[in-house]
Every structure is written in C-alpha cells, then in structure tokens.
Design a protein around this ligand. Structure first.
Ligand code: FAD
Length: 564
C-alpha cells in the first residue's frame, strides 16, 4: 500500500531524503515543504557568487519544483512554511507565504530537515548598520546586489569560521577592502593554534585587515566598534558568527532536544516520535571519539543521514557508525583540512594523547610544483589509536586528511598508518607519503625513542635562555636563526658533540624537524638523556611566530623569518 511522506526543508537533507524515498517507493506520495523560494540549492557554493566564480545566482539552484515533479514525481512546495505538527493526528499545518493561506497535510512518516539559522545577536546599534547573512540564495543576492550598487569602501566580515573565511576570500577576489573580526584568538577553530598561524599570515598577506581576539560590542552607521576600543569604518557587515539549530517545530510539538540544544535522535535518526525523523544541521549526532553527542553542521553528514532515513523507512538495515567531523577550506593559496579531535577539544576530555607535527613535501621535492605540507597527527596514548589530523599547504591536503578520517573510522593506530599502501608517482606524492611518515614519527614517539617540544614552546625557551641547538648548515643559519641558538651542523655533530652540555636540557632543531631527529638519536647514542626535538623546526617556529609578531608588535625570536 502506498504511503505519504512529508519533508520539512527542501535543501541538503530534505531534497536528498525525497529523492531516495522515490527511488525506494514508486507509488508513494512525497511532499517537500520549503519556506524559501528555492529548493535544492548549493549552500556551499554561495560565497563563490560574490567573486563571480559562479556568475549567475540562478546556477546555485540545482533543481526546481518543476524538475522535482518531472524527474521524481515529488511535490516540492516552495514559499511554504510548516507552522506546527500535530503528532496525535499525524498532521502538519502549512502556510503558503505568497497567498497567506494555511492548510493541513497528513503523513505516515515525517522527516525534519529544517537546518540551522545564522546567529545575529542584538548588539547595540545593529539596526543602524547594513547587516547581511549568507545562508541561502536570497541572502547572497541581497548582499551582492547591495555591494554592487553601493560600492562600499570597506566590508567587515564578523566571524572567522569557514563561511566567514570563504566570504572574505571571495570579497577580496572581487576587489573589495575587507576586515575580518574574530572574537577567539584564531580563525577556523577546527585547527590548533600552532597550525593556524600560517593561515593568519596568508589572510594578512592578501590585504585583509585581520583582527583576532577582539569582539564587536556596538555598531553605528558605517562603523563597527570592538571591545578593545578599535573602530572599523565599514558600510557593509556580514555576520557569520555561527548557527543555531532550527528546533522551533520540534520544541512546539514536544520532540526531545539533546543536551546541545539540537534535536535528539537515535541511531536511525528517529526522534522520540516513532513516525518523525530528523536529520542535518538541526540534530545532534554521536561522536565516536568523545563518546558524546555534538552538533555537526556539514553537508556530507546531512545528505547521508537523509539517505539512511529513507532506507530505514523502507526496512533496509542502516549501520550508523557515528561521526568524527571532517572538513576542508580554501584560504587564498592555501588549502586546510582537519578531521577528528584537535588539542583544544582534547583539553576538555579525559583522553591521554600525544601529537606529531611534520612539514614534508607533498610531492617528490624536485618536481616543479612540489609544496610543503604542514601536517599534524594526534593519537591516543598508550594505544596509538589515531584521534585526529590537520593538514595545511598549497597542494593536496584533503587527500591526506581523508585517509586519516577513513583510518579513524576503522579504528586504526599509528602503526597502521606506517603500513598504508598509498598511490605514488612523482606528480602526486612521495613514496613515503606524509601519512606514512607521520606514522613513523608517532610510533617512535609512542615507543619512547625520542622526546619533543612544540614550536609554540620555543619563545618561552628563548626567554629562559634554554640551550637551543641548530643543526642546519651554516648558510641556512646565516640566512636566519633563533636568537642565541648555538649552531653545529648535523654534518659536524659526530666530531663536535663534546661542545654540547650533558647536564641541562638541549633543544635541537633543523628546518623542519627531520635532520634534528637524527641529531637527537646521535646524541642519545652518545649517552645524552635530556635532548628534545623541536617539532616543525625553524620553519614551524617562523610560521608560528610571524602573525603575532607583526600584529602585536612584539620582539621576534628569530633574526629573519623562513616563510618560503
Ligand atoms: P539546509 O540545507 O540549510 O536546509 C534547511 C531548509 O529548511 C532551509 O532552506 C529552510 O528554509 C528550511 N526550513 C526550515 N524550517 C522550515 C519550516 N518550518 N518550513 C519549511 N521550511 C523550513 N558544508 C560542507 O560540508 N562543506 C561546505 O563547504 C559548506 N559550505 C557552506 C557554505 C555556506 C555559505 C553555508 C550556509 C553552509 C555551508 N555548509 C557546508 C553547510 C551545509 O550547507 C549544511 O550543513 C547543510 O546544508 C545542512 O543541510 P540541512 O538539510 O540540515 O539544512
């Protein structure tokens, strides 16, 4: 017997559920309600309209109601807001936002995919400013049209998450003056502070006025006022400080919310009503690493959850293995990807962990387009279970992080990473890929072969007059070095190790941490017990220090930066 399925929300999760439901049941009635004027548009591509990379805003709309009807026999109703759910009678109330008419529709199963709303807090003076959000095609059209008409002298993006970053980049590409304000000390919170500094530099180098660790306290006409007292003259403000799950309908109808404030679902994405499912940005999901629920507002999970719901409705087994969170973003010439847990997340968890930071080449070094790849791997101690990874570079970072994401999902350890057989030819990678390499270093660390300190600890070491040993060659040292670092090139170390004290800690570095690792092993073999590798080496220290040196006016700890 045919069934009637209603779907609230017609974009990522909603449209995906509708299409899968049709594939599984030709005779069923499927109605999808969308509050806005468009269904099935690409939220993720919205910022690229600002630069003209996607010229025509209509290209952002992937399917329209006519196509849904013609190709899938799905009734997609735009400008149709679902006002309430009557769970007892299994009916929803819908308002046609064009005619104002309201009506009821009954359902056998209801799927909620209402997404999330951009947070726009009532900051004093907000009514005087030209505030925009970027959530749908209407929003991006409004912003783009306003900018084109008014030709503002400066646009301020508030919030340095991936939407804010993409909007910033596309506005710069369109030729505008842009400020980016982030309340936290860094943009893109999925990266640790040691990894993200290179992106701060890239943003600054591309002409953006980047302000981190400062938040908006007031707006005025053409002005943003920050907590520090700084004022930015700006005629257009894009708010991208975060999103809040759209839970109005769920709350009104007594569906349970989880502790994060998002809709609570079971492993089949069923709410506490056996006939109502929920997916996407509106729900909370189970994190297999923290063993706790969290919000994961990304397109991939929404699409797959929607498919699972349709499968579950049709009695197909759904195997929900939980989530870890994987994302990638482009920041001008750099690509940045992250998966799983980072150190900031781990600070609040009772998980013992360690990390490695390496800067290998992403292709064979002599290939003309080989680029350095900053790669951080985080793993559990003492099991070696992989917990997370971050990669930033001009080349292919998502491939590396995708492999780690897969490894995490299959419960891999750092030893497993060493042995992974990954594709290799010079234009694509190296015979020992960054992933294998991180597995070697992590295994060595795990088995106590050497000790390390982070590049973020070097300033304190310099200030404490610690013994820092540079093992690069003389010409590299002369081009720039850590203040007061001693120099004994690795090629001379075996003849000159007696110059190095045995009774105090010795912190060793080269350019990226690889030669210094060899130096650490040599000294350990000579009986030294307090030798530490400075992970990331001189290059890592320079990348870590540069942005804060420039913006805080502090004394550099290097004689010249190596930022090539
Ligand atoms: P949505 O796709 O937002 O759809 C929800 C829809 O429900 C909305 O259109 C809303 O109008 C409608 N609705 C809500 N309430 C009602 C109601 N009562 N009645 C009728 N309709 C209703 N994710 C990535 O993984 N990678 C990216 O690169 C990426 N880039 C992004 C860039 C931008 C600018 C934005 C805004 C998002 C981006 N995302 C990205 C996130 C991704 O788009 C979302 O995670 C995904 O769209 C969530 O799907 P959803 O179905 O839960 O919600």
């Amino acid at each position: 017997m045919s069934k009637k399925y209603l779907i609230v929300g017609g974009v990522a999760g909603g449209a995906s559920a509708a299409a899968r439901l049709r594939r599984l049941g030709e005779e069923d009635e499927i109605v999808m309600f969308e509050r806005g004027p468009n269904v099935s548009f690409s939220n993720c591509c919205l910022p690229y309209h600002l630069s003209g990379q996607i010229k025509n805003a209509q290209d952002l709309v992937l399917m329209d109601p006519e196509k849904f009807r013609g190709q899938y026999n799905i009734d997609a109703r735009v400008n149709s807001e679902v006002l309430s759910i009557d769970r007892a009678s299994k009916e929803i109330e819908v308002k046609n936002l064009v005619s104002g008419e309201t009506y009821k529709e009954s359902y056998d199963k209801l799927i909620l995919s209402p997404g999330a709303n951009a947070i726009v807090p009532p900051i004093p003076g907000i009514e005087k400013a030209n505030i925009f959000i970027v959530k749908n095609v209407v929003d991006i059209n409004k912003l783009n049209t306003f900018i084109k008409k008014e030709n503002p002298t400066r646009i301020t993006v508030i919030g340095g998450g991936f939407i804010g970053i993409e909007v910033m980049e596309n506005l710069i590409e369109a030729g505008h003056n842009v400020s980016l304000v982030e309340a936290l000390p860094q943009v893109l919170n999925q990266f640790d502070d040691d990894m993200v500094q290179i992106l701060h530099k890239e943003i600054m180098d591309n002409g953006v006025e980047l302000v981190v660790g400062d938040k908006v306290t007031a707006f005025d006409t053409d002005k943003v006022v920050l907590e520090s007292g700084k004022e930015i003259t700006s005629e257009v403000i894009v708010m991208s400080i975060g999103i809040r799950p759209e839970t109005t309908l769920a709350e009104q109808s007594g569906l349970e919310l989880g502790k994060t404030g998002a809709i609570k679902v079971d492993s089949n994405f069923l709410t506490n009503d056996p006939d109502i499912y929920a997916v996407g940005d509106a729900i909370e999901v189970y994190n297999i690493l923290t063993q706790d629920n969290f919000k994961l507002a990304l397109a991939g999970p929404a699409l797959k959850q929607a498919r699972s719901v349709a499968d579950h409705i049709h009695g197909k087994a759904v195997h929900n293995t939980g989530y870890i969170g994987s994302s990638v973003v482009k920041v001008f010439d750099f690509n940045a990807a992250a998966t799983g847990l980072n150190e900031k997340m781990l600070a609040n968890l009772n998980i013992e962990y360690d990390w490695v930071e390496i800067i290998p080449k992403d292709k064979v070094g002599i290939m003309p387009d080989a680029e350095e790849l900053g790669f951080k791997l985080i793993f559990e101690k003492p099991t070696g279970r992989v917990l997370g990874a971050q990669a930033i570079g001009r080349g292919n970072v998502d491939k590396r992080v995708d492999v780690i994401a897969t490894a995490i999902k299959f419960g891999a350890t750092v030893e497993n990473l060493r042995d992974l057989e990954l594709c290799y030819a010079p234009p694509f990678g190296t015979g020992k890929d960054a992933i294998n390499f991180s597995g070697y270093v992590a295994s060595n660390l795990l088995h106590g072969s050497f000790k390390q300190v982070s590049m973020s600890e070097v300033r304190e070491l310099v200030e404490k007059d610690a013994y820092i040993l540079d093992v690069r060659e003389m010409d590299e040292y002369e081009a720039g070095h850590i203040t007061d670092a001693k120099i004994i090139p690795l090629s001379q170390l075996r003849d000159r190790y007696d110059e190095i004290p045995r009774d105090i800690p010795v912190y060793i570095h080269c350019r990226s941490g690889q030669r210094s690792y060899n130096a650490v092993l040599t000294l350990q073999a000579k009986g030294y017990t307090q030798v530490f590798n400075i992970s990331g080496g001189f290059k890592g220290v320079c990348c870590y220090e540069y942005f804060n040196d420039k913006t805080k006016g502090r004394q550099p700890i290097v004689t010249a930066y190596d930022l090539k």
